[in-house]
Design a protein around this ligand. Sequence first.
Ligand SMILES: *[C@@H]1O[C@H](CO)[C@@H](O)[C@H](O)[C@H]1NC(C)=O
Ligand SMILES: *[C@@H]1O[C@H](CO)[C@@H](O)[C@H](O)[C@H]1NC(C)=O
Length: 354
Amino acid sequence: MADAHAARSRLALPLSVRLRLFLLEAAVDTTQRRDGTINRTLFSLYDRKAPADPRPDGSGVSSTDVTVNASRGLWARVFTPSVVESSPSPSPSPRPVIVYFHGGGFTVFSAASLPYDALCRTLCSGVGAVVVSVNYRLAPEHRFPAAYDDGEAVLRYLGTTALPDHAGPVDLSTCFLAGDSAGANIVHHLAQRWTTATATSSPPPSHTPVHLAGIVLLEPYFGGEERTEAERTLEGVAPVVNIRRSDHWWKAFLPDGADRNHPATHVTGDAGQEPELPDAFPPAMVVIGGLDPLQDWDRRYAAMLRRKGKPVTVVEFPEAIHAFYFFPGLAVSGKLVDEIKVFVESIKAKQSSD
Ligand SMILES: *[C@@H]1O[C@H](CO)[C@@H](O)[C@H](O)[C@H]1NC(C)=O
Ligand SMILES: *[C@@H]1O[C@H](CO)[C@@H](O)[C@H](O)[C@H]1NC(C)=O
């Protein structure tokens, strides 16, 4: 990952992808106001949404939205794989649950946004899991720790409330957290919170049936005051994430006056605040893009988990840009779902042999 020239030559993206990246960047840049707020009406012109759809799609996936907490507008979209009609067993075996957190710098997108509706459908059918995509509250209207609180509220909800009938039986002892970019940041912090006995909010989730079996972090959004080599080298080369946008997103999310060495951002320990990870912190899969300016932070994150004795599977995609999974046509996007399936299956196999 040495020089910008080499990186540029590896950025051989189809024209249709480059066009969509241009539109994404334009939407992000033109809707951001000087004071950090976002013109959401304007962003919604770009951010097209899909409604929930109880009718199975071509892959047999159906979806329903569920309200988790109406007073804070918190809901989630539940995706269910097709029921195998010809199954000889009258009671199908319970499915694992993947609780998904979308990306967007903590500030934009939703569980209904087209690329996320599509990605969760692919995960659902590809992995054979019920996917619960969380529509957490966005910054800067709702700063740290609102998104983490919403994640915790969804896990509590799963522990107490049955999912819609069509979801069929689910196995809450095989619950995964997954997310991309800022959503993967939420995954880490929520896993830490959920597995810490002295949970920040009361009552601690000690009797919950929700057991985190694994976490999947796609190009997680971590950072710090330092500029890493990849951030510097890929500046002006790689799409989506650059230093200006990234600094802006952290400013929108972090408490007023906090810098990027805040523990929400800086989790790798080299700024002096290595996180305490409880024994129950689950095995992790970390997906790293070779053309993603965040890659150094992501490798350091995986190294931190290893130092702390946590099982971690690192999947490196050398040709992957940030948010590559927005583009199902890229070969690497197909590989992603296969890798997640392998990770989920390996944990299920381990659980049933324990
Ligand atoms: C959002 O942007 C549009 C187009 O520039 C503008 O007409 C509208 O007044 C803005 N809305 C708000 C609430 O700022
Ligand atoms: C729902 O959200 C409101 C507002 O954030 C909060 O006060 C309340 O405790 C939440 N309810 C539950 C059951 O968590």
